[in-house]
Design a protein around this ligand. Structure first.
Ligand code: FEO
Length: 407
């Protein structure tokens, strides 16, 4: 495995091949926790790994240098997948000074006994000379946590971007040109949707800072390193952070005795117009992770649930609760669903859409017990309405930007 980014700059992280759950995120392709060692007149480690893998990280460091030679441990992000191993690392690297921002120091002190650590506090614009190279720090609050930070080496045109531009993708290869690009982009999009989407405005600000840097390589904290396709992932982030919609309609539903399922299929049939990608998603045959990724660039969404106990089916509620937290904007929507002796399912969906400030195109479509031919015709017409709206939103390339970036 080639782990060398530049002369004397090496990946020393850990590939977690078998993990399939990352606080609810389905990591079907595993995860990597990336850490990097820079050897110059001074030696710096950028980030650590999850606690159980700290000794593997230390073995990788020891294969390259005497642990006593490590002068700095940079912490770009205090979340435990990157800083969980910090206690062990600071114990084994006897001469290391922790370099982090003030907020990061505060978070680290809650998770670790940091009382004996030497700490060097940095802020945006501060630099740390290593010899031929310099570390320059850029705070990136809320991408992903308040203390998040990028570290940039101008002499190498190399950006350590922490969670940003990352992917949950275990691979024996370390670089974007050594693996299928479509797979990497799919995982980067899934990562953005499930981790970064709530922070679109902050991402847009960070991208403005990134645009000022001369960058050849982006080394995130997860997944492969962007060596050949850095401009492509920056452009993708620009689209995702501004919620630029595609001409795409999702019909997402859960159903009890297939009445809502019949309605979903009729809506999907109506939405399947030329030039429009219409996708039918049965919630219990999919996952929260996959649904969030599909929602990210969809323009219009029909969401359906049968009525259970005067509300939604539980998994429909779980999806909407999850989406509400992720704050997808610039969406048009409509609710649908069946009921028996009391209403409640589609009405609860409609409430969620309004709470998320989606443009609700019409009143919920309801069917009592079984959708009639008339109701199914109404569903097909609603599908066409959503598809036409999706085309219109995708054509208006600033639609998402206005909703996402304006206060
Ligand atoms: Fe990969 Fe926000 O931690």
């Amino acid at each position: 495995m080639n782990t060398t980014l530049r002369d004397n700059i090496d990946w020393v992280g850990y590939v977690d091949w078998t993990v399939r759950d990352f606080h609810g995120y389905n990591t079907d392709r595993g995860v990597t926790y990336n850490a990097y060692l820079i050897r110059d007149e001074k030696t710096a480690l950028v980030d650590t790994v999850k606690a159980p893998f700290a000794d593997r990280l230390l073995q990788s460091i020891a294969a390259l240098t005497d642990p006593a030679e490590v002068d700095y441990v940079v912490c770009n992000h205090a979340e435990l997948d990157h800083a969980g191993g910090m206690t062990r690392v600071m114990e084994v690297l006897p001469n290391a000074t922790l370099a982090c921002n003030k907020k990061c120091e505060a978070v680290l002190s809650k998770h670790h006994d940091s009382s004996g650590w030497k700490t060097h506090i940095v802020a945006t614009g501060d630099t740390l000379p290593l010899g031929k190279r310099t570390l320059r720090f850029i705070e990136t609050p809320m991408v992903h946590w308040p203390e998040s930070m990028f570290t940039y080496i101008p002499e190498e045109k190399l950006l350590f971007s922490m969670d940003a531009f990352g992917q949950h993708y275990a691979s024996s290869q370390r670089f974007d040109d050594e693996v299928p690009l479509c797979t990497v982009m799919e995982e980067a999009k899934t990562y953005y949707a499930n981790i970064v989407m709530p922070f679109g405005r902050q991402v847009a600000k960070v991208l403005e800072e990134v645009a000022k840097l001369d960058i050849e390589m982006i080394a995130p904290s997860h997944g492969v390193i962007w060596r050949s396709h850095a401009p492509a992932i920056v452009e993708a982030y620009t689209n995702w952070s501004t919620c630029r919609p595609k001409p795409k309609v999702l019909v997402i539903y859960d159903t009890m005795w297939d009445s809502t399922g019949r309605m979903a299929r009729a809506i999907h049939e109506g939405a399947s117009l030329p030039g429009v990608a219409a996708e039918l998603i049965h919630i219990r045959s999919s996952s929260l992770t996959r649904i969030a990724a599909e929602v990210l660039d969809a323009a219009a969404i029909a969401f359906g649930s049968s009525t259970l106990n005067q509300g939604m089916l539980p998994m429909a509620g779980a999806v909407l609760t999850y989406l509400k937290g992720l704050k997808p904007v610039a969406k048009a929507g409509m609710a649908f669903g069946s009921y028996g002796w009391s209403k409640g399912g589609p009405e609860a969906v409609d409430d969620y859409m309004k709470a998320m400030k989606w443009e609700v195109l019409r009143e919920p479509i309801r069917a009592q017990y079984r959708p009639t031919f008339e109701v199914l015709d109404e569903c097909r017409a609603a599908g066409r309405l959503l598809a036409e709206k999706a085309r219109e939103m995708a054509a208006d390339r600033r639609a998402g930007e206005r909703l996402c970036v304006d206060p």
